[in-house]
Design a protein around this ligand. Structure first.
Ligand code: HEM
Length: 627
């Protein structure tokens, strides 16, 4: 079988095999002879096979160009679907040490995510997240099953309702800080990212661990349980040099540094920042050990705290009176607690942060969301919002659509790492052809490219880039559209898919009343057995936070770089439109500079300044971009 268009991504004279790719074909071969998967016991599969020689590869200028491009950090977020459009929706990157398959094809992705044993997680990629111990995110096989069983028990609807309530209360705390004591603050907010991080940290800390963290200016009411005060206070508690909030903030800020350089070396470096980083590590370990001791004590007494009480559940399942055989070690419990803090806060915070920026940049979407908030929630006091009756209409409205669209364009996890099991070659079908990939090949499910692969998404002409489709634009209204099934689109069923229940939320991530993307084409939370354990609580938290903010306030881009407030007041609408357009362009450019460290986010001080204004007092977003 001859491939129609063959492009080799990268080759090496020393490589035992080299990967090649075509628009709809993947195959591989040895420099001198074609590698035949059928020799590996896969006889009978219809595989696209061909061989290329080194001379052909050397002539192929694209090999070099693509190789260089693909080495650039954040290549996928910067180039999105472009290279997949040129090279094929699944292609192999070949190096002397390893093959890596990159894909933005939904059919391939659903085969990989729904067959966990054949396509396990590439756990080596997550070294950074096992620094406090192995956990549910970083393990595979039977060890992962044990971690998943113990951790998934708390992720239920009762606790989702608690997250909803806590998200409302914490967002109100953030709003009080934003608007100041008089409620009339006019300076731009420059710490949106930091504040949304704190919001999400406060929520998971309380719901997951029973720690009530405070916003600046807040204090615990008299008579609060000393345990809550201990972890929630602005001040370091007895025996500590940092408060728990500061510990978490500093630790997460310096995570990469702490991973890359051994701590004994860091301890020798006479830099204040490095000392702070090491201190946060020590403080975290110490706070977590104290919390675990308290929880073991509670478990032994048969006591139970409110909420998910993740640490309590872990302690109970391993050290409780009715459990003779501890399943997780102390280190693993602390490792899992760490992962719940990290996975549970930065990802969700990013979604809230980017949704706020996008809504400020797209006033039309913001107005439509506020109308839906008014229609669904009316004048009810947020503290009376009823989770059971509201969660469905809220996710089916512009509130949900705004969130889903953010997770489409800026998903926290830009590439999901999988691999072929080391025991045997594996095959999958893409567009009617079966491909065989050698055992131990790494796989990247490229979320940021899949989410903008035009094959799967309803689009319209772009209002931002004339002559193009709006696939790369933020347009939450696409979630209210339907898309004709295209010829050749798969049936969405996967032969041999996992059927076991591994715990966690089983429903769909997307409200049934909205556009339903083809399975595999929308994977902000991954899919299958290894999908995000916290996806339901993340959705609930995000919609609650957005509803609380936009119910009473609008968010506008700060235009101070181009005009003062006094100048704006004197401007005509055309002049204001021009100024706002500059802020819109800069905002979109800034979001385009996001990069992945732990998650996809703005780094190195990049930010989009915004202003919070009472509804009815807007200068721009109540009329800009009105059709
Ligand atoms: C918008 C918010 C979130 C996004 C976009 C997100 C995304 C993801 C993704 C893509 C994965 C799969 C990673 C992989 O396979 O390599 C994952 C796994 C996971 N997430 Fe989330 N997540 C979010 C919120 C949360 C929250 C709130 C929690 C918990 C409190 C959480 C806990 C976890 C855990 C424990 C796993 C590992 C599950 C396993 O491997 O069995 N996540 N998340």
């Amino acid at each position: 079988m001859r491939p129609r268009e063959v492009v080799c991504l990268m080759s090496s004279l020393r490589a035992p095999r080299f990967g090649c790719l075509g628009r709809s074909h993947i195959s591989y071969g040895c420099p001198s002879s074609s590698y035949s998967p059928s020799r590996g016991g896969m006889a009978g599969l219809s595989t696209a096979e061909f061989s290329l020689n080194i001379g052909q590869l050397k002539k192929n200028w694209l090999t070099c160009v693509v190789f260089l491009r693909i080495m650039i950090p954040n290549f996928a977020y910067r180039t999105r679907h472009d290279w997949f459009a040129k090279l094929g929706e699944s292609f192999l990157v070949v190096s002397p040490n390893r093959l890596v398959m990159m894909t933005d094809n939904a059919e391939t992705i659903r085969t990989i995510t729904l067959k966990r044993e054949q396509f396990p997680k590439w756990t080596a990629v997550y070294n950074i997240l096992r620094m406090f111990g192995e956990n549910v995110l970083t393990t595979e096989g039977s060890v992962w099953r044990m971690h998943r069983k113990v951790t998934s028990a708390s992720f239920n609807e009762r606790n989702a309702a608690l997250v909803f309530r806590e998200a409302i209360a914490q967002t109100q705390g953030m709003l009080r800080m934003w608007t100041g004591p008089t409620g009339t603050r006019t300076e731009p907010l420059k710490s949106l990212q930091h504040d949304t991080m704190k919001l999400a940290l406060n929520i998971i800390s309380y719901v997951g661990f029973g720690m009530r963290l405070l916003w600046p200016g807040e204090s615990h009411p008299a008579g609060t349980d000393p345990k809550i005060v201990k972890y929630g206070s602005h001040e370091p508690s007895d025996g500590h040099q940092l408060s728990f909030t500061d510990t978490m903030e500093i630790l997460l800020h310096y995570l990469l540094l702490l991973l890359i350089i051994p701590r004994w070396i860091l301890r020798l470096i006479p830099s204040k920042k490095v000392k702070k980083a090491v201190l946060s590590y020590d403080e975290y370990e110490s706070y977590m050990n104290e919390l675990l001791d308290e929880k073991i004590e509670e478990a032994r007494k048969g006591e139970h705290a409110e909420g998910m009480d993740l640490m309590g559940q872990l302690a109970k399942s391993c050290f409780g009176t009715d459990n003779k055989d501890a399943t997780l070690t102390r280190e693993e419990i602390i490792g899992n607690a760490f992962i719940m803090f990290v996975a549970g806060h930065e990802t969700t915070a990013n979604a809230i942060h980017f949704t706020i920026i996008y809504l400020a940049t797209h006033p039309e979407a913001q107005r439509r969301m506020q109308k839906d908030i008014d229609d669904i929630l009316g004048n009810q006091d947020p503290k009376d919002w009823d989770y059971d009756s509201l969660v469905n209409p809220m996710t089916a409205s512009m509130i949900g659509a705004a969130m889903y669209e953010t997770l489409r364009l800026v998903p926290a996890v830009s590439e999901i790492p999988k691999k072929i099991s080391p025991d045997a070659d594996e095959s999958f079908v893409m567009d009617g052809t079966r491909y065989v990939i050698p055992k131990d090949t790494g796989i990247s499910l490229v979320t940021v490219s899949t989410h903008v692969n035009p094959r799967y998404w309803p689009t319209r002409p772009s209002k931002i880039t004339p002559g193009k489709s709006n696939i790369l634009d933020y347009d939450p209204s696409r979630w209210f559209l339907t898309k004709e099934k295209q010829d050749g689109q798969g049936s969405e069923s996967v032969a041999g898919a996992d059927s076991e229940d591994f715990g966690g939320f089983q429903g769909s991530d997307i409200n049934a009343q909205l556009f339903k993307p083809e399975r595999g084409s929308y994977i902000p939370f991954s899919d299958g057995a290894r999908s995000c354990l916290g996806r339901r609580i993340a959705v609930v938290e995000i919609i609650a936070a957005l509803a609380v903010i936009f119910r009473s306030y609008s968010i506008e881009l700060a235009v101070d770089e181009w005009a003062t407030q006094e100048q704006i007041d004197k401007m005509s609408r055309d002049e204001r439109t021009e100024v706002y357009k500059k802020a819109q362009d800069k905002s979109l450019w800034t979001v385009g500079q996001a990069s992945t460290r732990l998650t996809l986010n703005l780094h190195d001080g990049m930010h989009v300044p915004v202003r919070i204004v009472k509804r009815g007092e807007e200068k721009f977003v109540d009329w800009v971009d009105k059709e």
